[in-house]
Ligand binder design. Structure first.
Ligand SMILES: Cc1ncc(COP(=O)(O)O)c(C=O)c1O
Length: 397
């Protein structure tokens, strides 16, 4: 049977990681893999996570199954964290929450739900978008299309072109929107743009699908959810996939959630029955350990305060590195070409370099990023910034 399978080419991000590991140079810089790094280059276990994990283990009396929807207290806390206390959709009991195996698991369950409800719907994703959106959503069998989002050469949003394209999308199509810290561009919508987009989605009867994978990595955990909250209170139906891989550093524990807002309480009940069946048919139950830790942190005042502090420290370091790299490049080049790094948010920005320049950074300077020139700013350290900026100057005019 398996003779029919030919070997697939390597995943682009995993390929960069493998090349970085194999490079013996002491100068090498890893801007490829999408995880947070501290100033020592480590991806730490947060202190609040260690404390919550001790509590969880001490209180645990069984490893028996929880439920296809996961932990109720986790789901309740996620609704509050994402939509805020007193959100009208919550008050109207129109929100369904499903704990999922990471943001990826949530994105896939949401895509399966869309396919179940409307198999002919197209999902419009930003150009560019996170590479994994394509297999995660397209793998459910839904058709994908792209809307213009960012001009990597001019280094700015193409918001008017985005609206123009979405204006032509057929009613009932789905629009995938990065809620904050757009991956890979770092360029987010401003509040008036959120307003204009929401108005279009409502008027054209498009279904928003919000991907919130970096809540708290942009401005703070409330501001980063403002776009999601606005959309969810303005349109009758939407989907939200959230992840706690980055903001709680729980990557390998696979903690995320899918929220679906229905038109009415009874629609929400029908949606709930379908998402539960989809979860049952793919993985049955989500992993519990990470969600138990997350729920403990969200529900305990003191742990939650500690988490908000640690989240602010991660965000602060990324933003400090954005400023440091932009400053260093300004000093070396005597121009403001890279000032955009300082304005953008989250872990990623596109360098705006050609594929050839990205190849030279790797081959000649041991600087690793994905082929599209996506840099993880958390890989920048005070100790490597001069070297990195020098390498960038050498390959880019
Ligand atoms: C835009 C975006 N969405 C979703 C995810 C999902 O992450 P995870 O499945 O690790 O929670 C990521 C992770 O890199 C991401 O960048």
């Amino acid at each position: 049977m398996f003779q029919s399978l030919s070997r697939l080419s390597e995943d682009a991000i995993l390929g960069v990681m493998a090349k970085f590991r194999a490079d013996p140079s002491p100068l090498k810089v890893d801007l490829g893999v999408g995880v947070y790094r501290d100033a020592a280059g480590n991806t730490p276990v947060l202190d609040c996570v260690r404390r919550a994990e001790r509590d969880v283990l001490a209180a645990q009396t069984t490893k028996s199954y929880v439920a296809p929807a996961g932990r109720a207290e986790f789901n309740e806390a996620v609704i509050e964290l994402v939509l805020g206390a007193g959100h009208p959709a919550v008050a109207d009991r129109r929100v369904v929450a499903l704990q999922a195996p990471g943001g990826c698991g949530a994105l896939r369950v949401g895509a399966e739900l869309v396919r179940t409800a409307a198999a002919s719907a197209t999902v419009h994703v930003s150009d560019p978008t996170w590479a994994n959106h394509v297999p995660l959503i397209g793998g459910s069998g839904l058709r994908l299309a792209r809307y213009p989002y960012y001009d990597a050469v001019a280094r700015r949003l193409t918001f008017d072109a985005m609206l123009e394209r979405l204006e032509c999308a057929p009613e009932g199509d789905v629009v995938l929107i990065h809620a904050c810290c757009h991956n890979p561009t770092g360029a987010d919508l401003e509040p008036p743009q959120w307003k204009a987009l929401t108005e279009l989605l409502l008027r054209r009867r498009l279904i928003p699908y919000l991907d919130l994978a970096y809540q708290g990595f942009g401005e703070d955990e409330v501001t980063d959810a403002a776009g999601v909250r606005l959309v969810a209170q303005s349109v009758p139906e939407c989907l939200i996939a959230t992840s706690f891989s980055k903001n709680l550093g729980l990557y390998r524990e696979r903690v995320g959630a899918l929220l679906v807002v229905g038109e009415s309480e009874s629609r929400a009940a029908a949606i709930r029955s379908h998402v539960l069946q989809i979860a049952r048919s793919i993985y049955s139950m989500p992993p519990d350990h990470g969600a138990a830790i997350a729920a403990r942190i969200f529900c305990d005042q003191e742990l939650r305060r500690a988490w908000i502090g640690e989240l602010a420290a991660m965000r602060g370091r990324i933003n400090a590195m954005r400023t440091l790299l932009a400053d260093t490049l300004r000093g070396l080049r005597g121009d403001r070409t890279f000032d955009f790094l300082e304005r953008q948010r989250g872990m990623f920005s596109l360098l705006g370099a050609s594929a050839e320049a990205v190849g030279r950074l790797q081959a000649e300077h041991h600087v690793y990023m994905t082929g599209d020139g996506r840099m993880n700013l958390a890989g920048v350290m005070p100790g490597n910034v001069e070297y990195l900026a020098g390498a960038i100057c050498r390959v880019m005019s």
